[in-house]
Write a protein that binds this ligand. Structure first.
Ligand SMILES: N[C@H](CCC[C@H](N)C(=O)O)C(=O)O
Length: 258
């Protein structure tokens, strides 16, 4: 079988994207997805995304982690898929699409995609960390000297130790100023540090706001792969109108025999 694929990246979080509007991709072939995402034996990516037809919106997003299992929401992947839909001519400057966590609205402006995330109803605050769901589960923890922090080792420990089999994505944070933070993320399903995580930095912005570390309603985040901006409104117990904005870039397209 020959597969036409596209490679995208959003602040260094990279994805194989396939146009599956005709429905020919073998969706339950976990090994195939894992192989396509493998950096030595395949194309190489943090995840794989299918663009599919949807009955009520412009398109449907189906997201798999690099391990081949279907994941929860992926913010950077969602932004890349919007850029892909724009490239295909399915959407113009604005779109609404369906993903695993529900409806998403997004705007395209050149290389930038501004993606509306699901509302967050609860931020669980513990003395040493916060936990919240921004479409995917996220642990958010402030650390010192993030540049030298062992994200892989500490992330793995928490991902399995604190959250068991289901696990969580683990974000380590250092504050730069009133509205700017640096973030490094250990991603569940990749089981490694990635260069950026969209739902992760969204979780960081909201957790830092809840903890009183920032009063800003727009927070800037530096990741290993680039900069993202998160804007939001607070409402009783949670947050609404949450937007994640940053670049979403097509890297190349190709064909693979599999
Ligand atoms: N990289 C993604 C998160 C993927 C979530 C996935 N690792 C899971 O928990 O299933 C993002 O930009 O939001």
């Amino acid at each position: 079988m020959k597969l036409q694929f596209f490679k995208y990246q959003g602040t260094g979080n990279d994805f194989v994207i396939l146009d599956n509007r005709e429905g020919s991709f073998p969706k339950s072939d976990t090994q195939l997805v894992a192989k396509l995402c493998d950096r030595r034996f395949g194309i190489g990516a943090d995840g794989l995304i299918l663009l599919e037809n949807d009955e009520t919106t412009d398109f449907k997003m189906v997201y798999y982690n690099a391990d081949g299992e279907e994941g929860s929401m992926c913010g950077n992947g969602g932004r890349c898929l919007v850029a892909f839909a724009h490239y295909l001519g399915i959407v113009d400057k604005e779109t609404t699409f369906n993903a695993v966590d529900g409806l998403h609205y997004a705007e395209v402006e050149g290389d930038m995609v501004n993606l509306k995330m699901v509302d967050v109803d609860q931020v669980h605050e513990k003395p040493a960390y916060s936990f919240l769901d921004t479409g995917s589960p996220h642990h958010v923890q402030l650390v010192k000297d993030l540049g030298h922090f062992d994200v892989q080792k500490e992330g793995k420990k928490l991902r399995y130790g604190l959250y068991g089999k289901t696990g969580s994505n683990i974000n380590f944070v250092e504050q730069e100023d009133e509205e700017t933070f640096q973030v490094r993320t250990y991603e569940r399903g990749v089981e490694d540090e990635t260069f950026s995580c969209g739902t992760g930095v969204t979780a960081v912005a909201l957790a830092m706001h809840t903890a009183g570390k920032t009063k800003a309603n727009q927070v800037h985040i530096h990741t290993l792969g680039g900069d993202l901006a998160i804007s939001f409104e607070q409402r009783a117990g949670g947050y609404t109108n949450i937007f994640l904005k940053g670049p979403a870039i097509q890297v190349y397209k190709g064909e693979i025999e599999c």
